[in-house]
Design a protein around this ligand. Structure first.
Ligand code: SAM
Length: 230
């Protein structure tokens, strides 16, 4: 059974038949997509030997070798133009690593129309990347599973105008902050509490200039969150 987190990712891929799952690890997502839809073809990319072997074993065991191509390599470098990939998934990593993979592999995204990105932390850097590279966020979800909170961001290649996102949109998510779900409120109340503890630590800092810069940034973020949570 697929985790709630990966099921949420999969829900944005219905109807897409050419998918790349970068950092696929156990290849659960590709197997799920291909068992559900026999027309689906997935390239599962892995940079590390252990997860690469585990993906291959899982695909073999599921009898899906015809539908899933497990390839070893760094990020989007495993993709070839003739794969005709329409949607790229990068899930279960930190936001900065996802952004590095997207930036290094920009060429491979030429014919891709959908990105489904699931950062474990720092979703805001992904939103910033999307705006800067002409991808439009079309959906966001925040889910809680086993005591952890995850975000899923879906972006489409932009045709016209660049999406305008405010500072609050970038930090909290334009859709998530409108929706203000219970889990969203929980995540951001916890963040404010943790930032407040950091502020107290900064008061004791030995480097007052660095501390005052950090303080300003944190105070700005707290103000953004408080306004949205009101
Ligand atoms: N995507 C799966 C999921 O969401 O359940 C697995 C997430 S796992 C925590 C992250 C995987 O990404 C690891 O297996 C790691 O080897 C792989 N990875 C990290 N950096 C990568 C890169 N630059 N290219 C391809 N895979 C990478």
């Amino acid at each position: 059974n697929l985790s709630k987190r990966l099921a949420c990712v999969a829900s944005y891929l219905s109807g897409v038949t050419k998918v790349a799952d970068i950092g696929s690890d156990h290849a659960y997502l590709p197997c799920y997509l291909c068992l559900k839809n026999e027309d689906c073809y997935v390239v599962a990319g892995e940079v590390n030997e252990g997860p690469y072997q585990s993906a291959k074993a899982q695909v073999r065991q599921a009898g899906l070798c015809d539908q899933i191509d497990v390839r070893k390599g760094n990020g989007l470098a495993v993709l070839r133009e003739e794969d005709g990939i329409e949607a790229v998934v990068i899930a279960g990593m930190g936001g900065p690593l996802i952004v590095d993979i997207l930036t290094e592999g920009r060429e491979a995204l030429k014919n891709v129309h959908t990105l489904v990105l699931q950062p474990n932390v720092a979703a805001q850097v992904i939103r910033l990347w999307c705006v800067a590279h002409h991808w439009t966020l079309i959906a966001e979800e925040m889910i809680e599973e086993d005591g952890k909170i995850y975000e899923v961001l879906v972006a489409k290649k932009e045709s016209g105008k660049r999406q305008a996102l405010s500072a609050a949109d970038l930090l909290l998510g334009p859709f998530l902050r409108e929706e203000k779900s219970a889990v969203f409120r929980k995540k951001w109340s916890d963040e404010v509490a943790s930032w407040t503890r950091v502020l107290a630590q900064l008061d004791k800092s030995q480097d007052p200039i660095a501390a005052s810069e950090k303080r300003q940034k944190i105070e700005e973020n707290i103000a953004l969150v408080r306004e949205v949570l009101q």
